[in-house]
Design a protein around this ligand. Structure first.
Ligand SMILES: [Zn+2]
Length: 148
């Protein structure tokens, strides 16, 4: 079983593979699926800023593409600037709102591990970060089809 620290370290390594020429903010994510497999991703920016994809969604997309539907945990690590002596992690890289929604599709109790560095890890659940998430409950039998 992979530890939180090991998962965070995988995220930190993934951050070095980000494509971030605009923000120079390199984010890596490591997703632990219920199968035990880990999938990593990094942010991929675009000249059309809105087309940018975050590290979390890149990693989750890889997992889902490989058949995973249940995510157990995700770690996110980031640094600004060039990797090396001038790299600064700064504040923890909390998942953005879109990524919180994206994650909640694959488990209400996904553990989210973030930290400015590996000695200051913070742990949350996705439901703590996104309470009352929009879910697929609208597809239930008592939902849209009722009264038809
Ligand atoms: Zn995001």
């Amino acid at each position: 079983m992979i530890t939180d620290l090991e998962l965070y370290r995988k995220a930190a390594l993934a951050a070095a593979r980000a494509y971030a020429p605009y923000s120079d903010y390199h984010v890596g994510a490591a997703v632990l699926a219920s199968s035990g497999r880990v999938y990593v991703g990094a942010n991929i920016e675009n000249a059309s800023y809105g087309a940018t994809i975050c590290a979390e969604r890149a990693a989750v997309s890889k997992a889902v593409f490989e058949g995973e539907k249940n995510i157990t945990a995700i770690a996110v690590a980031a640094y600004a600037g060039t990797a090396g002596s001038d790299a600064q992690s700064g504040a923890p890289a909390y998942p953005c709102g879109i990524c919180r929604q994206f994650l909640s599709e694959f488990g209400g109790d996904i553990r989210v591990i973030v930290g400015a560095d590996e000695e200051h890890l913070e742990r949350y659940t996705i439901s703590e970060l996104l309470p009352k998430a929009f879910t697929n409950g609208f597809k239930s039998d008592t939902g849209l089809t009722e009264g038809e």
